[in-house]
Design a protein around this ligand. Sequence first.
Ligand SMILES: O=C[C@H](O)COP(=O)(O)O
Length: 254
Amino acid sequence: MPEPSIATARRALALLDLTDLSDNADEAGLAALCARAVGAPGPVPAICIWPRFVAQARTMLGRAPVRIATVVNFPQGESTGADVLAETQGAVAAGADEIDLVLPWRAFLGGDVAGAEAMVRAVKDGCDGRTLKVILETGEYPDLDRVRAASELAIAAGADFIKTSTGKTAHSASLPAARTMLEVIAGSDRPVGLKPSGGIRTLADAASYLDLADEIMGPHWARPDTFRFGASGLHQVLVDAIAGEASGEASGSY
Ligand SMILES: O=C[C@H](O)COP(=O)(O)O
């Protein structure tokens, strides 16, 4: 496979949800994240942060063209429906543009399909028109048939994007899971996006997911309204690659 190009790095940067969902996230880190989000050679389309930082981020970003994504039912996917709806409404009131909801995937895998679907529908309503991304946590699934079923459920219940992973479990994004999700998206009767997330750290990682999207959906499909990377460690790699300061070559993880 040829080495990913600087053009690929630019493409990935324009599709990046620059993420800080670390346990020790703080205001200083938020300010640095916002500065990176709008800085050269950006901007990125969105930042993805804990709900408690949304209002501050809105102030820090001002009128910059960077959306604010936040997470609910995160990371375990085990909160009650009432709590998740309250989280969603609070995040929307604070100024979130996008809600990344963890599907209650353990319940789903255990057979509570109706409960999982009900949560997605309730949060979709709570989003009040904001973008809803549903995190499937595919790395924890026993097989791709379940990935396909969860993708179909999330889309049927109103997901605008389906997202692979929280980044908080042993196994995160994978190309086979992303392929399955894209196949479901390709068969959907309305536009739905894909967000590979968790463990995506090299330019070659990013290139492999973009190649996959191009293969299944066509070369012009992946745009900010249809494709995002969720990553905490990818930004600097892309910036360095664009600056020609690093090759961005994979460390063997794809
Ligand atoms: O939503 C994105 C993930 O939480 C980021 O995971 P990562 O820290 O492995 O890049």
